[in-house]
Design a protein. Sequence first.
Length: 253
Amino acid sequence: MRMIEVEGLSKRYGDVVAVDGVSFSVDRGEVVGFLGPNGAGKTTTMRMLTGFLPPSDGSASIAGHDIFEDSMGARRSVGYLPESPPLYPEMRVRDYVDYVAAIKDLPRRSRKEAVDRALERCGLSEVRSRVIATLSKGYRQRVGLAQAIVHDPPVLILDEPTVGLDPIQIGEIRALIAELASGDAQHTVVLSSHILAEVSAICRRIIMINQGRKTVDAPIEELTGEGRSLDALFARETTRDIAAAPAAPEAAE
């Protein structure tokens, strides 16, 4: 089942084109790495899919909900972790995650269980009563991830989810993402990261954009087969002039 459908998505700011006709789809249970250099349009694309920015052109749907015609349905179907988590530093960890659960329209009768489950999955149970401002950057990142998954959305869009974490915490978050994409729920995950080793460890497929346009869309095994390096691919695709170069081939449907 296609959980994300994007067709010709564009975003313009006056004469500046931040995202230029990007199209892709993501199936249920896929973990996709969304790569590109700084300023390529990754975050802008993520913000359009999550309802934070209106597209200038194109269409998109999340779990079957059109982002224009059924905006609220699309927003309820996605959990979003931006690069800088939207935290209220004066709140306690559990109170904040409970607050987000209420905003996400979780029924009161099931909210406590949902909040406790999110805190446990993100390794926050022991600091649930701490004020967010007193936490380390790594723990604040975990709180951001907990608010993204508290309503158990079918789609997760994570922008640099392990930034600021130590190696042990990174391993735990990787394991959590793998868990979310497997089992009965099979969450769909789109993950942006500048750490290519992390993308190789977590993702099954790579979508790469440069200068606002998609340049690569293929399974990671295909891209790194026969000893090819993801680092070399990234360097090549992010330095070429895509206006003058032919489009990179996509994986077969």
